[in-house]
Design a protein around this ligand. Structure first.
Ligand SMILES: NC(=O)c1ccc[n+]([C@@H]2O[C@H](COP(=O)([O-])OP(=O)(O)OC[C@H]3O[C@@H](n4cnc5c(N)ncnc54)[C@H](OP(=O)(O)O)[C@@H]3O)[C@@H](O)[C@H]2O)c1
Length: 263
């Protein structure tokens, strides 16, 4: 355990997309550290399975709500329930995301909207309703999950790379604007993380994984827990003065190739 076990005691924490992959790891780590965690996404079966799993592991209750981040009514409803049931919200992790591969010249408007809305509209809506609760409670912390593809680009993943790039502007803007409410906003940008969702969305193969290992300093493969620990750090008092940044968590993968000079 890197952090003190009681560090998030009494804190109410919402993780969107918390039923699977990276979101599940974030929800688990916050629960272990004392947080009163809520997970929310569309598929109830994943939410039930994950909340039970974390409860068995930690002995602490995890609440879940079905929510579609692309639909304002659904988001508004869930934040109303949180305010009614818990009376506060201290930390929001905007982790819900989606991706698929396509040649950009063949990408449909439907495909573009599905991804852009999940990433940008979803993060905007959840942040908006979180702020309305947080500002009444003397502040809060918002952490958005971006991607290194939003910084460096990603051929065949245009809407996802564009949406994640947009999250940088959203993060910096809200960090500046909501300082008046004592709300900090930061972005964590994972590189490739081998989750079921990633493998399914992009049809990833073992050879891609080997390639990543080969091109990442120390041959490191980034795990969902690595992203969770970065989120935990940004949500902790140790990050009191960190606001509006992008924290890349990719083991140095993107920088490793440099100019391609080998010696
Ligand atoms: N894995 C990687 O290599 C990688 C790299 C960089 C960034 N990321 C980012 O990390 C986050 C988690 O990804 P992951 O790899 O853990 O994949 P994942 O397991 O597929 O997670 C995506 C989550 O988002 C939820 N979601 C999707 N659309 C939603 C909607 N409209 N409303 C509410 N929830 C929705 C999904 O739940 P439901 O289906 O139940 O709604 C799911 O739990 C994403 O933002 C992703 O872009 C991942």
């Amino acid at each position: 355990m890197i952090f003190k076990e009681s560090i998030f005691d009494g804190k109410v924490i919402l993780v969107t997309g918390g039923g699977t992959g990276i979101g599940k790891a974030i929800a688990r780590e916050f629960t272990k550290l004392g947080g009163d965690v809520i997970i929310a996404s569309r598929k109830e079966e994943n939410l039930i399975k994950t909340s039970k799993e974390i409860e068995q592991e930690t002995g602490k209750q995890v609440t879940y709500h079905q929510m579609n981040v692309r639909q304002e009514d659904s988001v508004r409803e869930v934040f109303k329930k949180i305010e009614k049931d818990k009376g506060r919200l201290d930390i929001l992790v905007n982790n819900a995301g989606a991706n698929f591969l396509s040649l950009s010249e063949e990408l449909s408007v439907k495909g573009w909207n599905a991804i852009i809305e999940t990433i940008l509209l979803g993060t905007f809506l959840c942040s908006k309703y979180a702020c309305q609760i947080m500002k009444e409670n003397n502040g809060g912390i918002i952490i958005n999950i971006g991607a290194t593809t939003g910084i460096f680009g990603s051929p065949f993943a245009l809407p996802s790379a564009t949406g994640k790039a947009g999250l940088e502007g959203l993060t910096k803007t809200l960090a500046a604007e909501w300082g008046r409410y004592n709300i900090r906003v930061n972005l964590v940008a994972p590189g490739l993380v081998w989750t079921e969702g990633f493998v399914k969305n992009v049809g990833a193969t073992e050879s891609l994984l080997e390639n990543i290992k080969k091109n990442t300093p120390r041959g490191i493969v980034v795990e969902p827990e690595d992203i969770a620990w970065a989120v935990i750090f940004l949500a902790s008092p140790a990050a009191r003065a960190i606001n509006g940044i992008t924290l890349i968590v990719d083991g140095g993968h993107y920088f490793a190739k440099g100019f391609g000079i080998e010696m």
